[in-house]
Design a protein around this ligand. Sequence first.
Ligand SMILES: Nc1ncnc2c1ncn2[C@@H]1O[C@H](COP(=O)(O)OP(=O)(O)OP(=O)(O)O)[C@@H](O)[C@H]1O
Ligand SMILES: [Mg+2]
Length: 313
Amino acid sequence: MVFSEKTAVIEVKGLCKYFKSLKAVDELDLEIQKGEFVALLGPNGAGKTTLIEMIEGIQTPDAGEIKIFGMSWKENPIFLHEKIGIALQETRFTDKLTVMETLGLFQSFYHQSERPPDDIIDLVGLKEKKDIYTQHLSGGQKQKLALAIAIINRPEILLLDEPTTGLDPHARQEIWEILLRLKQAGATLILTTHYMEEAEQLCDRILIMNQGKIIAEGSLEDLLNQNNAVEIIEFQSAQLIQREALLKTEGAIELYLEPNQTKGRLKVKNLIRALPSFLDLAQGNMIDLISLQGRKMTLNDLFVSMTGRRLDE
Ligand SMILES: Nc1ncnc2c1ncn2[C@@H]1O[C@H](COP(=O)(O)OP(=O)(O)OP(=O)(O)O)[C@@H](O)[C@H]1O
Ligand SMILES: [Mg+2]
């Protein structure tokens, strides 16, 4: 008998969700292993929330199958509720409950919540705010409270929809630290995000979603290496740029010009070799460069080259 170290805790097969003729989630397959941290990235409307809410049991699929710990929502709703912690893309709290009362309320929904809310309040850094009404929390503090609610039942699986959207960099970092602590304790996580840095810092695997499908997946390194670790020249000119002018750059792979035709990105095999010829061509074609940057490829570049759209648009 062969034992595999991998244990899939979430299995999704042929999952579909339609809104009239719109395929929000389109024949999607997915497997998440125990202890894995997975980021779901994609532009607005890609289907991230629809997918995650079907896994949360909030939306019903039109077709396909979701198994969590080998069980379906239909047959084992109570068991799965106990095992899963969720934070929706937007959370509304009851204004006239304090932070503590809100947590107490959510804790009362679960059978076995071993941790008293005090611990959780400390963990998410809301100790000083525990007795104030939720309506007086700042946006970032509300996000922390939403996270506290998601972990109140010590879930084995966390499903977080844009947990750090709108937060300042410091607050975002604090949430990452909380999540990394939960990772050490063995939790499994799917989060959606528009921040590539978040995916990079937290997650073992990144799924890139567009128009209801996963169009690329892997570690950040895998994803970028699929494109042979190319480099990018990013530029802006004072005049309109004609595509042909820059395509003869040494080692040019692909040129993306923004619709205004004054800004663009050129993928090249080797930045150091490409730059002199790029500058010669710009000069020869009367292109007045007002900015120029050479850098490694990012996930956003990869996404633009796959779909023509930016991930963070
Ligand atoms: N209840 C609904 N009725 C009709 N259309 C819907 C409904 N919910 C979602 N959609 C559509 O399904 C598509 C996917 O939406 P979804 O919210 O899953 O995207 P998303 O990837 O989470 O986007 P964002 O990054 O903006 O949160 C969108 O085109 C959206 O308009
Ligand atoms: Mg969403």
